[in-house]
Each structure stands twice: as C-alpha cells, then as structure tokens.
Design a protein around this ligand. Structure first.
Ligand SMILES: *[C@@H]1O[C@H](CO)[C@@H](O)[C@H](O)[C@H]1NC(C)=O
Ligand SMILES: *[C@@H]1O[C@H](CO)[C@@H](O)[C@H](O)[C@H]1NC(C)=O
Ligand SMILES: *[C@@H]1O[C@H](CO)[C@@H](O)[C@H](O)[C@H]1NC(C)=O
Length: 276
C-alpha cells in the first residue's frame, strides 16, 4: 500500500493511493496544509451548508468520469457521479437516506477536475470522515475529508428531555420596586440560570437550587424588560422568557435602602430616575 504526498496545490484533502483494497483505509496522523494553513477538516455550524473539497491537482476534466463520495469507511453512500448521471437527475438507488436531497456537486467545476460537493442543512450526525474516490483514474485516487458539524446553542425544549423552559413571575410590587422570580423545574443536566435586563446586563440575583430546581429572586427598581435565561451547555440548549416591569414611583437609592432594608446584593442599582 502506498501513500502519496500532499498535493502541492490542493492540500485541503489528503490523497492516498489504494491500488487494490477499496476500504482498507490507512490514516496518517500528519495533516496536509495548503498555503492558507487550512487543514483536512471542514468545520461548520449545524443547519448551515458544508462544502467538502476534492480536486485533482492535474485539473484534468472529470466530466466523463466516475467519482464516489462515501462516509464512515465506505458504509454510507453520500454522492455518486458517473458521466453526467447522479442522484439529482434521476439516478435512484444507492444514496443513503441520511443524505437524500441534501447533496449537490458543482457541474461547472468538473472540467477543472473538481469533484467537490456541498451538503445542505448539515446535522451533527453528518460529522465524520468522508472519502472522495475516483476509481477510474490510473492509479485510482481517494481523498479524505473530515467534517465537523458543531452544535448551536438554541432552544431545544420539547426536543430533548431535561431541556427546560424557565418561567418568570412578579411576586410583589410597590410603586418603587418589583420582586421578580425566575423559576426552572426539572432541568437536567445542571442548568445555569441568569436574570438579565433589557440591555442584556446580568443582574445579581439571589439563587436557590436543589436537584436542578432553580429559583432566582431579584428586586428591580427600573422600568425595563427583564429576561430569565436558562442555559444547559452540555446539550446546547438555551431558553429564555421575558417580562416587562413598569416602576411608577420617583425613587432614589438612599431613601430606598433606608426604607426597605434590603440586602443590597439582592437588587440592582438604580440607573433610571424619573424626572419630577
Ligand atoms: C472546487 O469547487 C468549489 C465550488 O465551486 C470551490 O469552492 C473550490 O475552490 C474549487 N476547488 C478548486 C481547487 O478550484
Ligand atoms: C423569593 O421570594 C419568595 C417570596 O418572598 C420567597 O418565598 C422565596 O423563598 C425567595 N426565593 C429566594 C431564592 O430567595
Ligand atoms: C446579602 O445577601 C448575600 C446573598 O444571600 C449574602 O451572601 C450577604 O452576606 C448578604 N449581605 C448582607 C449585608 O446581609
């Protein structure tokens, strides 16, 4: 078995020569690098499109050739092109269900020896090692590309058990202040819960938690939108709930403190003073 050196121009992919055995892959820990320093990995965020590069350094046309994209040591058929025939123009059987309707090639690039594909709307499950095989070249060529699809932080409540939704309540209010409570029940893994004002500032709230049942209390003295934000990093889940608080009173910090004897770390400082 022979392993070629990196292509001088197109080192986004590693080329290997496997003359006889198709799926006896041999991975080498060194990465080919192109002049821009890009490696054999393609990293995208989930739900976005990924271009998997595969090009012949000779730039010879592959319009009338065969190229075959596979994943997971050849087990999953991703895309197959044979002299103009492929899954998007009538070829019916073979493509793995996971990739149906989501893979396209670059027709106008074939004449330059470019067999790159685009995977649309990527899922975390699309992550893995892909091979781009040109079986009819002499010698046969195979390129390996690693795709990494990163999970986005987004609201997954209802999707994953334990991905909770917070709730926010106004427990008490006077004309000068409101006591807000943010509550999270049944969250797992352990959540981070924060209260934020309308500008996104994190507010110092009193927190109590037990078995991932979390309550946050805060006394606010400013008319604003308030958000309770729950984050569970491990499952890339974030959910937020918002409430609007209107404070009608004309207030000042010193009077407020002396009248109510609140622990100063339990409410935010005054940023808004109503004009008389
Ligand atoms: C191959 O085609 C893709 C899609 O147009 C492009 O992004 C890529 O740069 C091309 N590769 C080469 C080596 O020209
Ligand atoms: C929040 O305030 C309510 C009502 O005063 C109280 O019952 C609860 O224990 C408080 N929670 C925290 C975390 O301070
Ligand atoms: C205010 O509350 C915080 C959190 O409960 C506590 O750690 C701190 O000691 C309190 N400060 C005073 C002055 O009571």
């Amino acid at each position: 078995m022979m392993i070629s050196d990196c292509f001088p121009r197109c080192c986004l992919v590693k080329m290997k020569l496997l003359p006889l055995v198709m799926f006896t892959f041999l991975f080498v820990p060194t990465l080919c690098e192109d002049s821009s320093g890009a490696g054999v990995r393609v990293v995208v965020e989930e739900d976005s499109d990924a271009v998997l590069p595969c090009s012949l350094s000779t730039k010879e046309s592959i319009v009338g050739m065969v190229f075959d994209w596979r994943k997971d040591e050849g087990q999953k058929e991703v895309f197959f092109y044979d002299s103009g025939s492929h899954y998007n123009n009538g070829r019916r059987t073979g493509q793995d269900e996971q990739f149906r309707g989501r893979v396209s090639h670059y027709e106008d690039q074939l004449m330059n020896g470019n067999a790159s594909i685009k995977i649309h709307n990527t899922k975390v499950a699309d992550s893995g090692i892909y091979s781009c095989i040109l079986p009819k070249l002499n010698p046969r060529q195979t390129f390996y590309i690693e795709l990494v699809v990163e999970r986005l932080l987004r609201d997954r409540s209802g999707e994953i058990p334990g991905a909770s939704k917070p709730s926010i309540t106004i427990l008490d209010a006077t004309k000068d202040w409101s006591l807000l409570q943010c509550e999270v029940q049944g969250a797992s893994p352990e959540p981070k819960v924060q209260l934020q004002d309308g500008s996104g500032n994190i507010l110092p709230a009193e927190e109590r938690r037990g078995c991932y049942y979390v309550t946050l209390n805060i006394t606010v003295t400013k008319t604003d939108h308030y958000l309770c934000v729950l984050t569970q990093e491990e499952i890339s889940h974030q959910s937020r709930v918002e409430t609007f608080v209107f404070i009608s009173g004309q207030i000042s910090v010193s009077i407020f403190y002396s009248q109510h004897h609140f622990n100063s770390s339990c409410f935010i400082s005054l940023k808004y003073l109503r004009q008389l």
